[in-house]
Write a protein that binds this ligand. Structure first.
Ligand SMILES: Cc1cc2nc3c(=O)[nH]c(=O)nc-3n(C[C@H](O)[C@H](O)[C@H](O)COP(=O)(O)O)c2cc1C
Length: 322
């Protein structure tokens, strides 16, 4: 005879069992959070530190063929609902960066994402090839930085054809390493860009980079940043990122890292329900410190427990079903 009480207890126990481990393109991470590019610099040890603080995967700051100083300060300012930055992609270049990626691969203990950017499709491919000796788990291409227009022109992510050209050029030189293409919200329609890079061979998308903006100091009567324009990140970006992920999820079959304004576990859940299979965390480090990863993952777990979800994959795309 079935013991109804035991069955009921078992059901309750199973409801409480939440496993946050997350698979992304066949790599397993301890949870769905991903350190977004640009927040813990370019050293292997800082990426390992992010992992030790709970990041499920880590992305290095984007690397270029040659070292870059970036823009003159001030390069970042906080405002009511986020950050505005125009760092100008300062980095030590791929030759130094590849050594740091090797350290990250040894010490982080979670999947490591290399990130590169360049001024032409050909140079993108050169930078991509240059980081391969570190054997990153993924390569991300930053075709969407809004802060370097004056130097590089309109980002490749603004045009489906140009975005596809860079995707194809990089795919050719990275063997079996999966390619993530980072898209921009600074477009009239993001879905055609997503479709175009998918057709060109992208294995995943990262949605989104920062949204172009400006903050003015009314006393100085001029923009605060030396570059005048910058990229908006943090809470103000979240609804834009959720919308972009939602539109891309509808348009493509490849998985998406949802990045933009994720500060709490509830934000991460929203992002996954919009269609993300992993969740980028950047500006949250400014608001919540390095513990942001653990806090976000813990809050996700609490939500999932109370709503009866067992795995992050059960959340992906749920907002499309209603
Ligand atoms: C200071 C700063 C530096 C960044 N550097 C890069 C970068 O090098 N490469 C890149 O792809 N994105 C870069 N980003 C964009 C972030 O990776 C992320 O897409 C964006 O900040 C939105 O996420 P968030 O709201 O969680 O910060 C940078 C953002 C900030 C604020």
């Amino acid at each position: 005879m079935p013991n109804v009480l035991n069955e009921y207890k078992l059901e309750l126990f199973e409801k409480k069992m939440v496993d946050l481990s997350n698979s992304f393109l066949e790599k397993t991470a301890p949870n769905p959070t991903v350190l977004a590019s640009g927040f813990m610099g370019v050293t292997g040890l800082s990426l390992a530190s992010a992992a030790a603080h709970g990041a499920g995967m880590v992305t290095i700051k984007s690397l270029s063929l040659e070292p870059r100083k970036g823009h003159k300060t001030p390069v970042i300012v906080g405002f009511e609902a986020g950050l505005l930055n125009a760092v100008g992609l300062s980095n030590p270049g791929v030759v130094n960066g590849v050594e740091e990626l090797k350290v990250a691969k040894k010490k982080a203990g979670v999947p490591v994402i290399a990130s590169v950017f360049a001024d032409t499709a050909e140079n993108f491919a050169k930078a991509a090839a240059a980081v391969m000796p570190a054997e990153p788990d993924f390569l991300e291409i930053d075709i969407s930085c809004p802060n370097v227009d004056s130097e590089f022109g309109i980002p490749f992510a603004a045009d489906p054809g140009a975005a596809a050209d860079v995707t194809k050029a990089c795919k050719k030189v990275i063997g079996s390493v999966p390619l993530i293409v980072k898209l921009s919200p600074n477009v009239a329609a993001i879905a055609p860009v997503a479709k175009s890079v998918e057709a060109a061979g992208a294995d995943a998308l990262d949605c989104i980079n920062t949204l172009k903006g400006m903050v003015i100091d009314p006393v100085a009567r001029r923009p605060v940043l030396t570059n005048k324009f910058g990229g908006v990140s943090g809470p103000a970006l979240k609804p834009v990122a959720i919308r972009c992920v939602y539109e891309c999820y509808k348009a493509v079959k490849i998985p998406i890292i949802g990045t933009g304004g994720v500060t709490t576990g509830k934000d991460a859940v929203e992002m996954m329900m919009a269609g993300a299979s992993a969740v980028g965390v950047g500006s949250a480090l400014y608001y919540r410190g390095l513990d942001a990863f653990k806090l976000i993952a813990g809050e996700m777990k609490d939500f999932m427990k109370s709503e009866g979800f067992k795995s992050p994959r059960d959340l992906v795309g749920l907002a499309h079903e209603n």
